[in-house]
Design a protein around this ligand. Structure first.
Ligand code: PRP
Length: 230
């Protein structure tokens, strides 16, 4: 039997957090905003953790980055922290009130050095593209007049060109280390990415004050963090 905060009720707000790299950068912001999980969300195996926001109970879900949009759009979470990449790809019906300025990276088209230097094949020709961003990749290659066969992968996209499965990848680049280690280079930057606070529109309407208090606290935390970086 899982013990939950006895103060929590159906009015308790739920925030979906992205697992993985972003979580490490999310935690200091949550703490500065007064959003405190009752246990270490980086190490717990629990997927739902109680917490406190200035004396009010609150709940955290710890889920895969790509699923945050779904939980918030469905109303299973009232708020969430999602990468702009997921928002652009899945286009959920959610509000996006705040750029958290963490998880900064870029979405790029990349490929093996020799292929990138040779340029995209001529208009009307065919190319295989490994990505988890099917829509964004298709749309980009459409604008280039190249027919992209999308090979959907869930991670480690950089491997696909190495084993001859794709001529290009569309993926996130942060330091460029993974590309370099696998002999790939960037061809084009499609957009710059950071993590955003997202809100379910119905939750915003029904719990406006509580949601607004969280937005305001997080906005202050982002501003403080920005100022301290100079
Ligand atoms: C992301 C991304 C790249 C890598 C880029 O993958 O998909 O593979 O990070 O980072 P870098 O430019 O700093 O090397 P992640 O490690 O999150 O895992 P994934 O491949 O399973 O998505």
């Amino acid at each position: 039997m899982i013990e939950h905060d006895k103060r929590a009720d159906s009015n308790t707000l739920t925030i979906a957090l992205s697992k993985g790299r972003i979580l490490e950068q999310t935690l200091p912001l949550l703490q500065a905003a007064g959003l405190n999980p009752s246990e270490n969300v980086q190490t717990t195996r629990k997927l739902m953790v109680d917490g406190d926001f200035h004396g009010q109970p609150i709940r955290f879900l710890i889920i895969r980055a790509a699923d945050v949009c779904t939980y918030v759009e469905q109303g299973a979470a009232d708020l969430g922290i999602a990468g702009r990449d997921s928002l652009l790809e899945y286009r959920p019906h959610v509000y996006e009130p705040l750029d958290l300025k963490i998880g900064r990276c870029r979405l790029c088209v990349c490929g093996p050095k020799a292929l990138v230097e040779a340029g995209l094949p001529e208009r009307g020709s065919h190319i295989r593209v490994a990505t988890k961003y099917d829509k964004l990749a298709s749309e980009y290659f459409l604008t280039q007049g190249v027919q992209a066969e999308i090979i959907h992968l869930y991670g480690s996209m950089e491997l696909a060109p190495l084993v001859g499965m794709a001529e290009r990848i569309v993926d996130l680049v942060e330091t460029g280390g993974t590309l370099k280690a696998n002999g790939l280079i960037e061809e084009t930057t499609l957009c710059h990415i950071s993590s955003r606070l997202i809100v379910n529109p119905a939750s915003f309407a029904t719990s406006k004050q509580k949601v607004q208090a969280i937005i305001t606290s997080l906005r202050q935390a982002v501003d403080q963090s920005d100022n301290s970086k100079g």
